[in-house]
Design a protein around this ligand. Structure first.
Ligand code: ZN
Length: 451
């Protein structure tokens, strides 16, 4: 008869190369997992020794070896899983952001079309897991899709989208509507955390943009906004250190478009900042139209950015995000795929590959580029959702962290420092489609013959 301690063995995942992200890389490394958490991380030899001497020494040990790279589960910092069934929109070519948006609305607004948001969202979550993603910032527009992350027992935040409100109707019924929505979503999502996503400063007037952060913060929820995505959100590059130097700041504007049409060329980032909406509990998607002053504001407020370079090309944002500047200046950055309605896949490694090329094209010469991209797609994604510290921390492999891992099929060459750097460069440039197994909270959620 099996004794009780056999029921939950310690699982040791060993690999040719372990990248803990919060510690130096480990050739011939291993991670010991008990229940849903990391117990030890180090060289395989050290981990086995520590287990045999520590408080878990009476437990049975099961080893799973991976001949490749083991790293923290990937974090997709911006997606809309419910649009997984709208890939036809993402596969066409457009002449402007408006054209893309119109093509999206043709399907979204057509009540005669069958749009199984829940099935599409759950399918998207399953795809994320296959790509090695264990957490996401998922925006839900239709409540039935709100359980997507939870359906795969993933981590991250389900952000309820709020869009299309004008000041008068918002003031009349908006806050009550939102409180009802949050209550219903909490039942749908269960373990998945709920956040609020005020869509964008061109789809919401000032009253909801003032209220939404207050409501979210009072309820302990985080926020996520599309910001600086479209050409209409660009501004001048003047600095705003002084609160009295720019007269537009002392007026009340009904909306961002009203401010722009009055002739004041201020960026959407600066407008939203003036409303008091920014802070370390919010991260923005895209940040394409972010000049030096905008990037300074984001750093000063502690706001992270989810870069979605492939989506920007499909929706015709007309330029790429300033990737090299973000890296040089030290902004908090992460990576998102956006949805299949504006992206060819939900594999965050496809966007990482494009970010590598963009950073080099834009003049980023640092030898640390591969290292920084690996950080962006793991710890950076955790950080922009506030999931980088505390008992629910992810995006890193260290004792006590949740056991979320990806196992990439990348040839590991440790014969020299140069060969090691080439291995990392290969991971970030050619890592797309190489995930072979995914572990979420210590459970094997996907295994394509990895072990
Ligand atoms: Zn989006």
């Amino acid at each position: 008869m099996a004794s009780m301690h056999d029921l939950n063995p310690v699982v040791v995942y060993s690999a040719s190369l372990v990248l803990p992200v919060t510690a130096p890389a480990l050739p011939h490394g291993a991670v010991a997992v008990y229940l849903n958490r990391v117990v030890h991380v180090g060289t395989r030899e050290w981990v086995l020794k520590a287990l045999s001497e520590g408080p878990l020494r009476s437990k049975r040990v099961v080893e799973r070896h991976w001949d490749g790279i083991l790293l923290p589960g990937l974090v997709n910092a911006h997606t809309h899983l419910q649009y997984t069934g709208m890939a036809s929109v993402g596969q066409q070519e457009y002449g402007s952001f408006q054209e893309w948006s119109d093509a999206f609305d043709v399907i979204y607004d057509d009540d005669a079309l069958d749009k199984p948001w829940k099935d599409w969202a759950y399918d998207g979550a399953r795809q994320l897991v296959e790509y090695g993603t264990t957490a996401a910032a998922d925006i839900t527009t239709d409540l039935e899709a709100a359980g997507a992350l939870f359906s795969q027992r993933m981590h991250g935040i389900t952000y309820l989208e709020v869009m299309g409100w004008e000041n008068d109707n918002w003031n009349a019924s908006g806050p009550e509507w939102l409180r009802d929505l949050v209550e219903q979503a909490s039942q749908e999502g269960e373990a998945a955390d709920i956040g609020i996503s005020p869509h964008a400063p061109y789809s919401l007037e000032s009253a909801p943009f003032l209220d939404l952060p207050d409501i979210a913060r009072s309820m302990g929820m985080r926020l996520h906004i599309h910001l600086g995505e479209t050409p209409s959100e660009s501004g001048d590059a003047e600095d705003l250190y002084s609160p009295v130097s720019r007269s537009w700041r002392s007026h009340h504007w009904d909306s961002y478009p009203q401010l722009k049409s009055s002739g004041v060329h201020v960026s959407a980032i600066q407008f939203v900042d003036q409303l008091g909406s920014l802070g370390p509990d919010i991260h923005i998607a895209h940040g394409v139209y972010a000049d030096a002053e905008d990037r300074r504001i984001l750093r000063q407020r502690g706001v992270g950015v989810a870069l979605c370079p492939r989506s920007n090309r499909i929706t015709c944002t007309q330029k790429d995000a300033p990737v090299a500047d973000y890296l040089r200046e030290g902004n908090l950055v992460s990576v998102g795929t956006d949805s299949l309605s504006s992206s060819p896949s939900l594999d965050v490694l496809d966007d990482v590959s494009m970010l590598y090329d963009l950073a080099r094209e834009q003049g980023y010469e640092g030898a640390d580029l591969s290292h920084r991209l690996i950080r962006m797609m793991t710890l950076g994604g955790a950080e922009v959702m506030g999931l980088n510290i505390g008992p629910k921390r992810i995006g890193q492999i260290n004792a006590g962290a949740l056991a979320d891992f990806a196992f990439l099929d990348i040839p590991v060459d440790l014969s020299s420092d140069e060969a090691y750097e080439d291995t990392l460069e290969r991971l970030v440039r050619e890592g797309s489609g190489t995930n072979r197994a995914t572990v979420i909270s210590g459970r094997v959620a996907h295994n394509n013959d990895a072990f």
